[in-house]
Design a protein around this ligand. Structure first.
Ligand code: PGA
Length: 251
């Protein structure tokens, strides 16, 4: 349970050459200690190339999104059945997908079910907006997201939650360590409401939102924080490696 997860979400960034170079540099500089689980989430189209670069390393791969069906007339979409040959994980429910593509908790729930059926591990993102936080709606928002996204799912062992306050994503202003711990406590309580205590206690919960090499240690040493989902800073090899090195030191 002490092993921290450090996940890099590249979003819609990098060229093919940059994706190869970034994964190669990370692979070559990953610490030899193994207190962290490292997962990279490149754009779909670079998954095979990055998988090739990472051969022989302990770094794992995931997709940034998934469609909740295995095949069919869904122009432009990618299914869990397609990506499971290239990676082990998928992110679902990222706030950019919720806000830019109107993804509902119900749709996210369908994605999780389809991913688990295809043996993909899931990182489910939840988080409140600035407005929700200011209106005292953080607990209600996070609880709804957890309850509705995990509806009818009974086995949580392949699901990790990422608590990503929307106001902290890509803004350069991360949550304070106190806010981070408080958000994660709300998520953990919501998980306990829908499952048995042992499963909820053993689920891993990450923090995400403007995490970088300067705030990593203060965020990851908070009680109940099991790792980080990192956007911007995961595109800079040196920053990402620094983050991993700090996480490796946390007992
Ligand atoms: P950020 O993104 O680190 O750039 O804030 C985090 C995320 O969107 O997962």
């Amino acid at each position: 349970m002490n092993r921290k997860i450090i996940a890099g979400n590249w979003k819609m960034n990098t060229s093919l050459e940059e994706a190869r170079q970034l994964s190669k540099t990370i692979k070559e500089n990953v610490p030899t200690t193994t207190n962290t689980e490292i997962i990279l989430f490149p754009p779909f189209i670079y998954l095979p190339a990055v998988a090739n670069e990472l051969k022989g390393s302990r770094i794992k791969l995931g997709a940034q999104n998934i469609f909740p069906d295995n095949q069919g007339a869904f122009t432009g979409e990618i299914s869990p059945k397609m990506i499971k040959d290239f990676c082990e994980f998928t992110i679902v429910g990222h706030s950019e997908r919720r806000s830019l593509f109107n993804e509902s908790n119900h749709f996210i729930n369908q994605k999780i079910i389809a991913s688990l059926e295809n043996n993909l591990k899931v990182i489910l993102c939840v988080g409140e907006t600035f407005e929700q936080k200011n209106n005292g709606l953080t607990t209600q928002t996070l609880t709804n997201q957890i309850e509705e996204s995990l509806m009818e799912i009974h086995d949580f062992k392949n699901i990790t939650i990422a608590y990503e306050p929307v106001w902290a994503i890509g803004t350069g202003v991360s949550a304070t360590p106190d806010d981070c711990r408080a958000g994660i406590e709300i998520v953990r309580r919501a998980l306990k409401n829908i499952s048995d205590f042992t499963s909820a206690d053993s689920m891993q919960i990450l923090y995400g939102g403007s995490m970088n090499s300067k705030n990593t240690t203060s965020l990851l040493t908070q009680n109940g924080v099991n790792g980080g989902l990192i956007g911007g800073a995961s595109l800079k090899a040196q920053d990402f490696i620094d983050i991993i090195k700090q996480a490796e030191q946390i007992k």
